[in-house]
Ligand binder design. Structure first.
Ligand SMILES: [Fe+2]
Length: 205
C-alpha cells in the first residue's frame, strides 16, 4: 500500500470510528457481522415451542423433498431462514419435519412424509412436500424440530392461514402461521425460525 492510499485508508477509518462513536463501541477492525434480513432488523422473539404430539419418529431420512411418486395432495414448497434472536442467520441448523398425508394419516411404520435437512451457509432451508390433511381435533399443520449446531432442540408446529379449524384448535398459534401463496402446481410458503442461542455472542465463541 502506498503512502497516499494508506493516508486515505486511515482517514476513512477515522471517519468510520467517528461515525461509530456514540452508536456502539464496536471497532472498525472487527469483522463485519452478516447483514440482518429486512424481516428481522436487529432483534426477534424466539419461535414458540409446541407439543411434539404422538407421531414423531427419530432417525428420519436426510432429504429436502418429502414428495414421492404417486403421492396425492397439492404440492407445497416451504422456504425460509433459521435466525438467532440477534437476527444472525444460523448455518447447518437441523430442520426435521413430519406431517400427515392428504387424508390426515401419519406413517407410523415407515418414513413417508418425514425427513430432515440442514440450513445452508446463509441459514436458508427449502422443503418440498404436500399440503398436510386435517385430522380430527387438529387444524392443518406441519411438525418441526429445529436445532442450531450443539444447541437444544426447538420442537414446534407450523400452520396455514385462513383455515376454518384454526380457531377451534387449542394448540394453534397465530405466531406460527406461515405466509402462504398460490404457486404453479400448488402452494409456496415462507417461515423464518428464530432460535434463542442462550446468550452466546457471535464471533466470541
Ligand atoms: Fe400432528
Amino acid at each position: 500500500m502506498g503512502s497516499t492510499s494508506r493516508r486515505e485508508f486511515l482517514k476513512t477509518a477515522a471517519g468510520l470510528s467517528a461515525l461509530a462513536t456514540g452508536a456502539s463501541a464496536v471497532g472498525v477492525a472487527q469483522a463485519q457481522p452478516l447483514k440482518p434480513t429486512p424481516a428481522c432488523p436487529g432483534a426477534a422473539a424466539p419461535t414458540g415451542r409446541q407439543t411434539e404430539g404422538p407421531y414423531f419418529k427419530p432417525d428420519s431420512p436426510l432429504r429436502a423433498s418429502l414428495v414421492e411418486p404417486g403421492m396425492a395432495g397439492p404440492r407445497i414448497v416451504v422456504t425460509g431462514l433459521v435466525l438467532s434472536t440477534a437476527c444472525q442467520p444460523i448455518a447447518k441448523a437441523l430442520i426435521d419435519v413430519w406431517h400427515a398425508d392428504d387424508r390426515g394419516d401419519y406413517d407410523t411404520n415407515g418414513y413417508r412424509l418425514r425427513g430432515h435437512q440442514f440450513t445452508d451457509d446463509q441459514g436458508r432451508y427449502r422443503l418440498e412436500s404436500i399440503v398436510p390433511g386435517i385430522y380430527p381435533g387438529r387444524t392443518r399443520h406441519f411438525h418441526v424440530k429445529v436445532q442450531a449446531p450443539n444447541r437444544p432442540v426447538l420442537t414446534t408446529q407450523l400452520y396455514f392461514p385462513g383455515e376454518a379449524v384454526n380457531a377451534r384448535d387449542p394448540i394453534f398459534s397465530r405466531d406460527l402461521v406461515m405466509q402462504v401463496t398460490d404457486a404453479a402446481g400448488g402452494k409456496a410458503a415462507t417461515f423464518d425460525f428464530v432460535l434463542d442461542l442462550g446468550g452466546t455472542r457471535p464471533g466470541k465463541g
